[in-house]
Design a protein around this ligand. Sequence first.
Ligand code: C5J
Length: 224
Amino acid sequence: MRVEANPFAFDFDIDKTALVLIDMQRDFIEPGGFGETLGNDVSLLEAIVPATQTMLQAWREAGGLVVHTREAHAADLSDCPPAKLNRGSPTLRIGDVGPMGRILVKGEVGNQIIEALAPVEGELVIDKPGKGMFYATGLHETLQARGITHLLFGGVTTEVCVQTSMREANDRGYDGLLLEDCTESYFPAFKAAAIDMIRAQGAIVGWTAPSNAVLTVLRGTGSD
Ligand code: C5J
């Protein structure tokens, strides 16, 4: 399949491609969660849910592999280095009790993927202690075992966990495409800059395209 993308067309075989949705967690996206307590406008992130849901549904119908990630730590925080735990002076730190349970801790209500994008049987759900999806997760080995070579990315936030995961993927030899309307940041300028950085210099990190470009080929109305 060939998708019209930036900086040039992105070719992929659906059997070797996974749709990766990064950290679409209640605490980041829903009103009343951790993201909002930090003073962020979560409506920006909520706005990508319909497009992401459409993409997810189409990808499922096409039979493609889906990977969901969550930024999530063990209850004893043994997988959270002090450098991550103590950074800055937030009102709430990882492990503290927030509006939807302990912040970024596995199993807590706020750590769950939002209902609209909830994983179904057969999809991979990866709890990651870092920003990138490969650090300390074993995901690379799992994808290699399944013959995955290409990745389509959505999720939040564009410039942090999404971009870090795309860069990690690039260094491991995957071709990655960011779905522009399925990713968002609390800071629109950061999203715009991340998209520019990813596709600069001949796709130095990867490709970007609106989800419609992928939907068009999945529905058989684009070029192949
Ligand atoms: C993610 C963050 N998921 N911004 N986390 O991007 O801390």
